[in-house]
Design a binder for this molecule. Structure first.
Ligand code: ACO
Length: 442
């Protein structure tokens, strides 16, 4: 198949959010800690009416309706998520409920899990299937999303909820550049979910931040090496990438991630004119630069204008929804496409950096080869973000307490108000004595 990649994208996020300025006041932290320190404006959340199965169904059914695609056209469905309900039973199998009416049960793919990286692995699988001898001519669907929630404390404002749905096939407007990939994986306990009695992760915040930056170093460098060896580009650098979309735990981390790529460019080519102001960092070893705030600030400064043109427009969803774990990097792509006219994107290279704690990370890229205007219109991101309902921090906390109390509940009927859900949203009706879940749709 030719030009395999992304044919269409849509995103789902809940109708309610908490304002980060109000949350700062409510939590009694200094003004600006969440809004400037983390770079976040709003955080989406859901109550006990929504779980990973319901948000995935909402995303997929909404996608099929908006793009007018038939379930019988799908030959592969991959889910990337780290929000786990039935453990051995995948979210993919729950989504097969939506296929019943079409009679299509011949659908490959299951869930892929490693923190925020599962969606990227799912996308690679889907693209590789279409590119392989196993492909039967049908399309693939990738679902990437999570409910990101943290216990009370410093990590809580870095939560969020969202699911992206991505259609993969040949002759795609966003063609995956198959051989151009750099990956970094290692064993690290920065963020994981060993406590099955809680929805919250066990997280070492500072370690996760360093790990993210280390992963940028290695995955980006490996990507540049591919640009050189496979694409034949001499002295590859950010100049060869038109747009760079990042996994965003909060947008400040993306600013740092971009600056780190610039730092890596500097290490590869310290004599370049652009780096005249940062020569004092030439002799610091990369491995010894983690946590060096002076270096970090200097490269944030040097990278400001390039960040504004290559990355800023990909942050609309992340800033206003929060972290969606596996969905985050695709909400970034959706933000970029919905904010940039096709005339500007046409022919350009869009690179993605995906990071999942634990850790697994890749830098890879797409080439824009077809019209993206219909995708932009369908996502309609800014208008949809504006239509949401603001909830006071005290009420948000009550919802978090409710989720905590009812985690793993049996014979349970949710109490959340379904009238605040957007039309087309699936919601949890009941969990029975065997933890089987039943859903309705607004
Ligand atoms: N005004 C402006 N900036 C402020 C203010 C203020 N009033 N108060 C603090 N800040 C700044 C700090 O200077 C710091 O800036 P820096 O990053 O440039 O040094 C930033 O806000 C963060 O503040 P800290 O005190 O360093 O950290 P905090 O205790 O708020 O915790 C953390 C932040 C660790 C990210 C926490 O939110 C967390 O654990 N989140 C979950 C883990 C996570 O998201 N990791 C990222 C990668 S892994 C993943 O995706 C899950």
């Amino acid at each position: 198949a030719e030009n395999v990649g992304i044919l269409a994208i849509d995103v789902y996020f809940p109708s309610r959010y908490v304002d980060q300025t109000e949350l700062e006041q409510h939590d009694g932290v200094s003004a600006g800690k969440y809004t400037i320190g983390l770079g976040q404006s709003k955080m989406a959340f859901c109550d006990d009416r929504e779980d990973i199965s319901s948000v995935s169904m909402t995303a997929v059914q909404g996608f099929m309706e908006k793009y007018n695609i038939s379930y019988s056209d799908i030959g592969r469905l991959e889910v990337g998520t780290e929000t786990i309900i039935d453990k051995s039973k995948s979210t993919k199998t729950v989504l097969m409920k939506l296929f019943e009416e079409s009679g299509n049960f011949n659908v490959e793919g299951i869930d892929t899990t490693n923190a925020c990286y599962g969606g990227t692995s799912a996308l690679f699988n889907a693209c590789q299937w279409v590119d392989s001898a196993a492909w039967d001519g049908r399309l693939a669907l990738v679902v990437a999303g999570d409910i990101a929630v943290y216990g009370k404390g410093a990590a809580r404002p870095s939560g969020g909820v969202g699911t992206a749905c991505i259609l993969v096939g040949p002759n795609a407007p966003l063609a995956l550049e198959f051989p151009l990939r750099g990956t970094f994986m290692e064993h690290i306990y920065d963020f994981y979910k060993p406590n099955m009695s809680s929805e919250f992760p066990t997280v070492d915040g500072p370690l996760s931040v360093t790990s993210y930056v280390r992963a940028v170093d290695h995955a980006y460098s490996a990507y540049l090496d591919k640009l050189e060896k496979v694409a034949g580009i001499a002295n590859p650098s950010l100049a060869d990438l038109d747009y760079v979309v990042f996994h965003s735990p909060y947008t400040k981390q993306v600013v740092k991630g971009f600056a780190r790529m610039v730092y890596n460019d500097f290490l590869r080519n310290p004599e370049a004119k652009a780096f005249a102001e940062v020569q004092q960092f030439k002799d610091i070893l990369r491995e010894e630069s983690y946590g060096n705030k002076v270096l970090e600030k200097a490269f944030i400064n040097v990278s400001k204008s390039e960040f504004a043109s290559k990355t800023e427009s990909s942050l609309l969803a992340a800033r206003n929804i929060g972290n969606m774990y596996t969905g985050s990097v695709f909400f970034g792509l959706a933000s970029l496409i919905s904010q940039t006219p096709f005339e500007k994107l046409n022919g350009k290279r869009i690179a993605l950096f995906s990071y999942g704690s634990g850790c697994a990370a890749s830098t890879y890229s797409f080439r824009v080869r077809g019209d993206t205007s219909n995708i932009a219109r369908t996502i309609d991101l800014a208008a949809r973000l504006d239509k949401r309902i603001k909830v006071a921090p005290a009420d948000f906390e009550k919802v978090m307490e409710l989720r905590e109390k009812t985690h793993n509940a049996q014979e349970y009927e949710p109490t959340g108000n379904i009238n605040e859900l957007q039309p087309g949203t699936y919601y949890l009706q009941k969990i029975d004595s065997k933890w089987r879940r039943a859903y309705g749709r607004i």
